[in-house]
Design a protein around this ligand. Structure first.
Ligand code: SF4
Length: 301
């Protein structure tokens, strides 16, 4: 049967490595305009780089919200970004936030865009936590890895502004790509901490076929070494290639230790190392605020 809901139970392809709490997944847009080389969503979404709003978006969100159990966690977004460039004009994510404000849900926003700052008023109202993905502090390297996303300097500023305004924030240091962005992690964590971030979730690069082709097209000099790390020494899990377990563990443990040193909680994403986690949830859901008023109470006002 065709799934007619837009706010759906999060299904990480039944991955045994996923440690996420039970939550709902919601993408206001199909596809994404940021063009990240490492993106895996492009491997299963048709015409991925043509970012377009979901059909009947607002109508369906209204219907789905009525059916949602109280205090459900909604993660927005997992297969796109809720703040692509066109959101500036269309304001659809903002309209969805207005709807979320009417219900006792917990909202986790995942983005790479500083457009999120426009919605601080509603994010505060809904008690949202915002996690921003940053893979490097180097704006020129980021232009190659994530060509159409806002530069990391703006993302750090966005984190600082939101923290200042009372929105709980987290950093997604995701993915760490060997030999590309694995050298400056300490400084990135320190800047995130100074920007008010409370939690870090991180993972290593896990190529799929189309993302791999984009990666070696832009960084041909890394092809040989990455090929060995992933396709000779590494392992295939589901539809992705992983580094060898000991190599992944070493990278994740270093990030975990650095986070502990500077007072940030830490978790990994689909790595299989829960022993490194120091937070109640991996994805930052624990940073969302539970609102007291029930849906009916809220709607009366
Ligand atoms: S922001 Fe996320 S969904 Fe968009 S291209 Fe980058 S990795 Fe893919």
């Amino acid at each position: 049967m065709r799934n007619t809901q837009l706010i759906r139970l999060f299904d990480p392809w039944r991955s045994s490595l996923c440690t996420c709490p039970i939550k709902y997944s919601f993408d206001p847009y199909t596809g994404c305009s940021h063009g990240c080389l490492y993106c895996y969503a492009s491997s299963y979404i048709r015409d991925f780089h043509n970012c377009r709003p979901k059909k009947k978006l607002i109508e369906m969100v209204k219907k789905d919200l009525v059916r949602l159990p109280e205090n459900s966690i909604i993660s927005m977004s997992n297969s796109s970004d809720p703040y692509p460039q066109i959101e500036k004009e269309l304001k659809l994510t903002r309209i969805c936030l207005e709807e979320f404000c009417k219900y006792p849900i917990r909202l986790l926003v995942v983005t790479k865009s500083d457009i999120v700052l426009r919605d601080i008023d509603l994010l505060r109202e809904v008690g949202a936590a915002v996690t921003i993905s940053i893979t490097t502090l180097d704006d020129s390297l980021a232009r190659k890895i994530e060509p159409s996303a806002p530069p990391p300097s703006k993302r750090i500023q966005a984190l600082a502004k939101m923290s200042e305004e009372g929105v709980n924030t987290g950093l997604r240091l995701d993915p760490i790509i060997p030999m590309l962005n694995d050298h400056d992690i300490r400084r990135l964590l320190a800047e995130a901490r100074d920007a008010g971030v409370k939690h870090v979730v991180s993972s290593t690069y896990k190529p799929r076929f189309d993302g791999w082709r984009r990666m070696i097209h832009v960084f041909p000099e890394l092809e040989e070494s990455l090929r060995k790390l992933y396709f000779v020494d590494g392992e295939r899990i589901g539809r992705s290639w992983y580094l060898a377990k000991n190599a992944r563990f070493k990278i994740m443990r270093e990030v975990a230790e650095e986070c502990a040193k500077i007072g940030l909680s830490f978790a990994t994403c689909r790595e299989g190392f829960p022993e490194l986690h120091s937070s109640p949830t991996c994805d930052g859901s624990h940073l969302t605020k539970i609102r007291q008023r029930s849906c009916k109470q809220y709607l009366r006002f």
